[in-house]
Write a new protein. Structure first.
Length: 360
């Protein structure tokens, strides 16, 4: 849940700590991910620190830092590089200065929970549905489907998977090789407040469906539930595969509100590539020219204020995984859906990286 820090406190009450999501990918692969998350959890639960929503200057030597509000113990050394920028000194970094200017005008700086950042919460439980023969899990699955159907009731029916599709993946999940599937819920006691259906592949993660119940608002707004749901999904993906750095989701272009929520609160970036959704295996089949155009969004695990870097090869390998496993295209190289993306990447994308943009 968010709290505001008075702007004048910004240059005296913060320090730097490692981002556990980046640490999990970049450094000690033998150290259990849970150890990193537990250390981060204690910064707030035992010492009172919170995450400050401001980017580090890009010339900082390590981009895997986060800022946290400092408690009275003054454990961290003040970060002089940012203090200089706050006071109008030193080299101008446009991105950081844009945030500082906005915060100075508003007189406050937003902060958020470090525990929520790593998927921890005292009231909200994350749970996977793995056994539909279990009466309790089946009931929770059905409750999650009600939230899902309400969230996507105005969506093009061709884009919405039926409950039977989720059931098939859940039933297959224990026997899958080279891919992991998860159907996860957020619940407070027995009340389902969100659901996520997502995959972990060799080259990327992929969010099939992600939604939170807009009617359940006991502790925080929808955007905060979304952040918690995303954190839990990313932790699960990292547990599946520590070599991947992020994941993709698909969004209808007409759903402007959901895209803004995903980009502002979910830290997703829009992939500037024309993307048409192939037909799902259990739906009526159609050709490329009849396929719906969707926006493809990408999120690097953890926090990111500047666009993540995805090479052309990384991007094409990720899309190939998605088309093969999710859409059942057994030879993506021979598919027009994949071929059109390859043509764009090879002929329209300048440089080595896929272009990404985001609304603030």
């Amino acid at each position: 849940m968010g709290k505001d820090l008075p702007f004048e406190k910004l240059n005296e009450e913060f320090g730097k700590v490692w981002d556990p999501f980046k640490m999990a990918i970049s450094l000690d692969l033998d150290k259990p991910l849970e150890n990193w998350l537990e250390q981060f959890d204690r910064l707030e639960s035992e010492e009172g620190y919170r995450l400050v929503e401001i980017p580090l200057p890009p010339d900082d030597k390590n981009t895997h830092w986060l800022l946290v509000v400092q408690n009275p113990q003054e454990r961290f050394t003040p970060y002089n590089r940012l203090i200089d920028l706050i006071n109008g000194q030193g080299l101008c970094d446009p991105i950081t200065m844009d945030y500082i200017k906005q915060f100075r005008q508003e007189g406050k700086v937003p902060t958020s929970s470090l525990r929520w950042y790593v998927g921890r919460h005292d009231h909200v439980i994350g749970e996977e549905i793995t056994d539909l023969n279990n009466e309790e899990q089946e009931r929770r699955f059905n409750d999650a489907m009600k939230i899902y159907q309400k969230a996507f009731e105005k969506t093009n029916p061709a884009l919405v998977a039926p409950p039977e599709g989720f059931k098939k993946w859940i039933q297959r999940s224990a026997n899958l090789k080279f891919v992991a599937y998860h159907f996860a819920i957020l619940r407070e006691t027995n009340n389902i407040i969100g659901m996520a259906s997502f995959f972990t592949f060799y080259n990327t993660g992929f969010g099939g469906y992600l939604c939170a119940n807009p009617d359940w608002n006991l502790y925080c707004p929808l955007s905060s539930y979304l952040s918690l749901l995303i954190a839990k999904a990313e932790i699960r993906m990292l547990m599946d595969n520590r070599r991947i750095r992020g994941w993709f989701v698909e969004v209808e272009p007409e759903n402007d509100r959901w895209q803004k929520v995903l980009q502002r609160f979910g830290r997703f970036w829009k992939v500037e590539i024309e993307y048409r959704q192939p037909p799902l295996p259990y739906q009526e089949q159609y050709q490329y020219d009849d396929a719906p155009s969707l926006n493809l969004l990408y999120k690097e695990f953890g926090q990111s204020y500047i666009a993540p870097q995805i090479t052309k090869r990384e991007f094409l390998n990720a899309i190939s995984d998605i088309f093969y496993y999710v859409y059942g295209i057994k030879n993506p190289d021979n598919s027009k859906f994949f071929g059109e993306i390859v043509n764009q990447v090879n002929n329209r994308v300048k440089g080595d990286y896929i272009p990404l943009t985001r609304q603030r």
